[in-house]
Design a protein around this ligand. Structure first.
Ligand code: B12
Ligand code: SF4
Length: 470
């Protein structure tokens, strides 16, 4: 059987003039996971439109397309094309799960939720020539997960080929998150066994790893045992975690001991009223400053995530957030405009109040305002979002952030990391075009491993966290 698996790109990622590095970071792990269930005799190709031009002249028997909200229209276009050619088209992923009726118009079969239970069932049905129309995941386990088909990934096209997930979902329930919509009808947080996870790590060549788990620290016992097992492997790794997990005694230290060097942390907002409204209770009354200090003292760099446009945000939110992040010495920041993804609690609340402005999914990319904000105009929100990026990443800000580190090595690492991502975009563009990304990985590893302990309280009098004590 000839199987074609496609990760379609959003429009921006297709520009022949500009290749932002973020689209060449991670390979299509979900598709490589599904490919593992196919037979040895199957002819499989994975194409990722973010990094290659799709070949649409082929004639596969089965086409598998992963659909995110921002690539939904492109995914449907590709699905229609292959159905016209006579292929059986299977659509799955987050957006299909949120809006199955919309996706079903372009597919022979749709899949709701994660694929580990439904996909093998479908394959058996397909080979028996009785494929169903809809497969809905209910059994949530990673127990018998076959080894991810990493051999099908074109490693040289990615800066971070070693992305890995050892859990699915998250124990929390924030209103704006995709997670409840995607995992409905079953468990929404579960992990591999530690042994399986360690075996998957062992299979990855080189030093660097990027855990894409929503919350690697979400199950402390699992995380602790995993980190103990990773000791001595010589890895350098990055991941995502919550403020709460950073503050938990002992766990962070274990992560650092086995190679954690940078963490994506969802601060989201400095305003407790916003946290409450979004049901992000795990951040309430947490001392953000202490969490940052703990990370920095252990030599872990921070990518802080911030969301603008929540109901209590007014025009002052942009400057306040950026100033705070710089003073705290946060190395990189990811800003988002609040985006109500379909089928989330946030979307339902906004729709009920008549506040959804449109459903052009191309613009649900966290850079456009797609709803009526409360205390801001849509224009101010968009302008403030872009200004926040400019302000945070201007050289003077990067220098000020770096000055919060109390060693020269720490300052240098801050400059190299923050500057490297945002100040050398044209260089990344060329590196991607010249297919030289693998040559940059040792540089990333060096920056990550570089000295960076400490925090200089004189250079940056740590402003108390706005959430502290409330
Ligand atoms: C890595 C990542 C990226 C990477 C690369 C994406 C990739 N290579 O897959 C990059 C950096 C490019 C990226 C970019 C963006 N991303 Co992103 N990203 C992620 C992240 C962190 C991990 C994805 C992953 O690898 N998961 C692990 C694998 C194993 O799971 P999976 O991919 O979901 O696949 C499973 C199932 O979905 C299912 N499945 C999927 N497809 C199919 C198809 C069939 C037929 C079947 C049977 C099953 C099936 O089976 C798989 C195995 O269980 C997710 C968060 C998350 N937890 O999903 C956000 C996430 C997917 N991203 C998101 C967003 C918003 C974006 C951006 C718009 C951000 C931006 N402002 O630029 C862009 C645009 C992406 C696009 N192309 O349209 C949202 C998507 C929301 C939505 N409803 O679609 C998420 C959920 C983050 C969030 N919490 O909001 N992203
Ligand atoms: S903590 Fe993060 S991953 Fe978990 S529900 Fe909230 S936003 Fe989603």
């Amino acid at each position: 059987m000839k199987v074609k698996m496609i990760l379609p790109a959003l429009t921006e990622a297709l520009s022949p003039f500009w290749r932002p590095i973020k689209y060449s970071l991670f390979p299509p792990l979900g598709l490589a996971t599904l490919a593992a269930y196919l037979d040895d005799g199957d002819e499989i190709e994975i194409q990722d439109e973010h990094v290659e031009r799709l070949n649409l002249d082929d004639t596969p028997d089965l086409v598998v397309i992963q659909v995110y909200i921002t690539s939904a229209y492109r995914a449907y276009e590709l699905a229609d094309h292959y159905r016209q050619q006579g292929a059986h088209v299977a659509l799955g992923g987050l957006h299909v799960t949120s809006l199955p009726d919309e996706a079903a118009l372009h597919a022979d079969t749709i899949f709701l939720g994660p694929g580990e239970d439904t996909w093998p069932q479908f394959l058996a049905d397909f080979r028996a020539e009785r494929p169903g129309r809809v497969y809905r995941s209910t059994v949530r386990t990673l127990a018998d997960l076959p080894p991810v088909r990493r051999d099908l990934i074109k490693r040289q096209r990615y800066l971070v080929p070693n992305s890995i997930v050892v859990s699915r979902g998250c124990p929390h329930t924030c209103d704006f998150c995709y997670k409840e919509a995607f995992f409905k009808g079953g468990k929404s947080f579960y992990t591999q066994t530690v042994d399986q996870a360690l075996a998957e790590i062992e299979r990855l060549p080189g030093r660097h790893l990027y855990f894409l788990d929503d919350h690697l620290f979400g199950q402390p016992k699992f995380a602790r045992t995993l980190f103990e097992g990773m000791r001595g492997m010589g890895r350098v790794w990055q991941a995502a975690g919550t403020v709460q997990s950073v503050l938990r005694p002992g766990l962070l230290e274990k992560a650092v001991a086995c190679g954690l060097r940078s963490l994506f942390v969802g601060f989201e907002t400095l305003n407790p009223a916003n946290l409450k409204a979004q049901h992000k209770y795990q951040n309430l009354n947490r001392d953000y400053t202490l969490a940052i200090r703990r990370l920095h003292d252990l030599g872990v760099m921070i990518n802080g995530s911030f969301v603008f446009g929540m109901d209590d945000d007014d025009e002052s939110v942009f400057d306040r957030t950026v100033a705070w992040a710089i003073e705290q010495g946060i190395e990189t920041a990811t800003f988002h405009i609040l985006t109500p993804y379909p089928d989330t609690a946030l979307f339902k609340r906004m729709a009920a109040a008549g506040r959804i402005s449109h459903t052009d999914w191309n613009r649900y990319d966290t850079r456009h305002v797609v709803f009526e904000p409360r205390k801001l105009s849509p224009e101010t929100l968009e302008r403030g979002y872009w200004q926040a990026y400019r302000d945070f990443y201007r050289w003077s800000s990067i220098w000020r952030g770096a000055a919060t580190k109390d060693t020269a090595a720490g300052q240098l690492r801050h400059l190299a990391y923050a500057g490297g991502w945002k100040k050398f975009e044209p260089m990344w563009d060329w590196v991607i075009r010249l297919r030289r990304l693998p040559f940059m990985l040792p540089l990333l590893e060096t920056v990550l491993s570089g000295g960076g302990r400490g925090h200089n309280p004189i250079a940056a009098p740590a402003r108390p966290s706005p959430l502290q004590g409330r």
